[in-house]
Design a protein around this ligand. Sequence first.
Ligand code: NAD
Ligand code: DAU
Length: 361
Amino acid sequence: MGFDGSTVFVTGGAGFIGSALVRHLLDKSGIFVVNIDKLTYASNLDSIPQANGHPRYAFAKLDICNSAGLRALFERYKPAAVMNLAAESHVDRSIDGPGEFIQTNIVGTFTLLQEALRHWRTLAPAERDAFRFLHISTDEVYGSLGPDGLFTETTAYAPNSPYSASKASSDHLVRAWHETYGLPTLVTNCSNNYGPYHFPEKLIPHVIIKALAGEPLPVYGDGKNVRDWLYVEDHAKALRLVLTHGKIGETYNIGGRNERQNLHVVQTICDLLDRLRPSLHGPRRKLITFVSDRPGHDRRYAIDASKLEHDLGWRAEETFETGLLKTVGWYLDHEPWWRAILERGYQTTRIGLVQSGTAAG
Ligand code: NAD
Ligand code: DAU
C-alpha cells in the first residue's frame, strides 16, 4: 500500500518537518499532497520551492481547530490518509504562553480526529480499510531520562513542559479514537530534528545565525543536557514508511542514535563555521555564554528506534557529523531564506524564563 495516485492531507506542511515531508512526497512519491496550514509565525511556504505550480500539490490556509473548514476539505478532496504535523512546537514559547499549545495541539487534534472519523465513515469498505490517520508526536512525552536507558514505545508518559503535556494529550486522543471508534490510526514519537529550513528559534539554527553575527551563543544551564539528533530528511522518510507499512493502532519511536550534550553541539557548530567561513575576530567558541536554565529543563532524551528498524526496515542515513555539516553548509548557502525571517521582525532574544509562581496566557 503506497498511496501513490491517492490524496494525502499533510497538516503543518509549511513548518520545518512538514515542509521536509511535503518536499519528500512531491519528489519521491506519486501522492497528491494537500498541505493544510494556518501559517503561524513558524511557517514558511518558501520552504517548499517545488510546490509552485506542482500538479500534485494544493494548499489550504486553515486552522485545524476549524471543523467546518476541515469538513469542506474532506468533502472536496476525499483523502486516503491524514498526516498530522500541525502544532505549536517550541518548548520555551509554551512556558510563556501555554494557551496556544492547548488550543492547537489538543483541541486542534481533537477537531481533526472528529472530521477524519466523519469522513472515514462515509468511505466504501475497501477504502475504509486502506485509510490511515498518522499523528506525528515527540519523545518529550516520555519526560526525562537519567544517565542510562532509552525511551521505548512502552515507556510511561511523564511530560514536563506545557508543550510536551499538550502533545501527550493529543497522543492519548488519537489512541482513544482508534480504540473507541476504530479509526485506523498510527502514532510516531520522534527525537530532536535538525536540518534545512529550521526556524531560528531552535538550538541549532539559533546558534548558527548568532555565531555568524558574532553574538553571544546562549547555552542553558551547564550545557550537559542531552538531545538525540535526527536529520529531518531521515524523519520524512520514516513517516512515509510508517504511513504505508505501519501496523494500525501502533506507536513507532523514531531516532537516529545520535545523543549529544548541548555544549558539544554548540562547540561543533563553532568549529564548522570557523572552517567554512573563518571570522576576522578569531575562534567562535569564545562566544559561548552560559545562561539561566530553562524551567523544567529535561536532562536527557534518547530514543530506542529498534521497532521501526526491525519491523519496517528503516535506518537513519545521516550521522550527526554528516547531517550537521550539511546543515551548516545549507545555512551558509541560503542566507536570504533566514534573513527574510529576521527582517519580518523575528527577535533572537531569550524567552521562556517565566518566574515560578506566575501563570502565562
Ligand atoms: P513547526 O513549528 O516548525 O511547524 C508547525 C507548523 O504547523 C507551522 O507551519 C504552523 O503554521 C502550523 N500550525 C500551527 N498551528 C496550526 C493550526 N492551529 N492549524 C494549522 N496549522 C498550524 O514544527 P515542526 O518542528 O515542524 O514540528 C512538526 C510536528 O512534529 C509537531 O507536531 C511537533 O510536535 C513534532 N515534532 C517535532 C520535532 C522537532 O524536533 N522539531 C521532533 C519530534 C516531533
Ligand atoms: O525532542 C523533540 C523535541 O525537540 C520536539 O518535540 C520539539 O518540538 C523541538 O522544539 C525540540 O525540543 P527541544 O526543547 O529539545 O529543542 P530546542 O532546540 O528548543 O532546545 C534543544 C536543547 O538546547 C535544549 O536542551 C535547550 C537547549 N538550548 C536551546 C536554545 C534555543 C540552549 O541551550 N540554548 C538555546 O538558545
